[in-house]
Design a protein around this ligand. Structure first.
Ligand code: MN
Length: 200
């Protein structure tokens, strides 16, 4: 049985950029629903219950057709959101440091150029989806609750939820304002902890 992971900060901790109302609704309703529906589908498939979520999402084609879409959507939703909460912090924002900063500047020319490209891609997602920074520092997008590990890619270093449920209460239809605010809460320490060393 999957459970909703607690936030490492209070619902109002990001309030200047993302309101308590959004954080509480997003966590206790949207994410909880992905957890509940993932558990419901696994109830019907005991043979999958010992598999890790990563294993299920990395091998969607090998899953029974009857449950494949539900695991893709709700398993992906649980996986993506479990990371998303950790990618934000009331102590976040600013710029990365260390090897991650060096590697980003090497690839994009500057940290700001990276932010600009990530932002542009986030605004280019049609409808609901996510934007990801991958360990090779490429920026990719996925629709709905699709996740990079379902496409043979590594687990992302960083991701941004651009579903309207992530920002509508605060920013209405203005996704650009939400993305601009979000950079102020990015937990670069957590991002760096997920980065592989350059040798790998
Ligand atoms: Mn969401």
């Amino acid at each position: 049985m999957y459970t909703l992971p607690p936030l490492q900060y209070s619902y109002d901790a990001l309030g200047k950029y993302i309101s308590k109302d959004i954080m509480e609704l997003h966590h206790t309703k949207h994410h909880q629903t992905y957890v509940d529906k993932l558990n419901a589908v696994l109830d019907t498939t005991p043979e999958l219950q010992d598999r890790s979520l990563e294993s299920l999402l990395s091998n969607l084609d090998g899953l029974p057709e009857a449950v494949r879409t539900a695991i893709h959507n709700h398993g992906g939703g649980h996986y993506n959101h479990s990371l998303f909460w950790q990618w934000m912090s009331p102590d976040g924002g600013g710029e990365p440091t260390g090897q991650l900063a060096t590697n980003i500047v090497e690839k994009y020319g500057s940290f700001q150029a990276f932010v600009d490209e990530f932002t542009t891609k986030s605004l280019g997602v049609f409808g609901s989806g996510w934007v990801w920074l991958q360990p090779d520092l490429s920026i990719v997008t996925t629709p709905n609750q699709d996740t990079p590990i379902s496409h043979g890619l590594d687990s992302p270093l960083l991701g941004l939820d651009v579903w309207e449920h992530a920002y509508y209460l605060d920013y209405k239809n203005k996704r650009d304002d939400y993305v601009k605010a979000w950079w102020n809460v990015v937990n670069w320490d957590f991002v760096a902890s997920r980065a592989k060393s350059p040798e790998q």
